[in-house]
Ligand binder design. Sequence first.
Ligand code: BTN
Length: 259
Amino acid sequence: MRLQKYILIQYLHININSLFVKNHIKLDHINSTSDYILSLKGTEMFTDGLVVSANFQTRGRGQMNSSWESEDGKNLILSFLLDLKLDIKHQFLISQYTSLAIYDFLNKYIKNIKIKWPNDILINGKKISGILINNITKKNTINFSVIGIGININQKKFTVNNATSLSSLTNNAFDLSLLEKELFTCFNYRFKNLKDLINIDKEYLSKLFLFKKLVKYKDLNGFFHGYIDGVDSLGRLIIVKEDEKKYYYQLKELNFPNY
Ligand code: BTN
């Protein structure tokens, strides 16, 4: 690993186990904050509560092998490392808790926030934040989870037309380091319940994009009308089709309508 210039901040908490962010590495440029954390595996830095943030990523990764573009110094780009020891059957909780932490964070500044299953954050149908989760598992246990988050804050121009930012929506400029601290507070608040496996389906569904709305989707068999009825414990999306039967979808198996 190439040695990278960084600032390390250590947060001293009274009850360290109940809190989420413990060490913070701030980088200027990096390939990907998530890949950086993964490359630390086996070193003493690879411990619960590590956060790596950067001004710019040269190879930011998105879901399903896509890339994540973000203008230099304009947005929040960070990854969290959690030592979870979580049974793999509960893995969707990580997505739900992360989505709701970002929801809480944005809700102070903007309304009409929706979570597009499984964990995109939309405002007025446009994407403001994406989440990429890399789990390190052994047998049926998730030992570590690297939660990568991009939140568009001050960027105003995008190469894709379904993206937005806090600044585009409010016409204000935001202080990134202040927002970063607020995001940490939201994570601390949400994630303190994860070890107890507190179910948050009800809250997650109440904020879900197109929940119970009859619209046109596409799956491997073509277009159909249906509505989202829920998610199961594995995180599969439950859709009721016109034949009134329930169908269960994984991420790659379903296309949403274009809004
Ligand atoms: C998505 O496709 O919606 C997920 C995007 C995740 C982007 C973040 S930015 C910080 C972290 N590092 C990465 O390379 N990706 C995630």
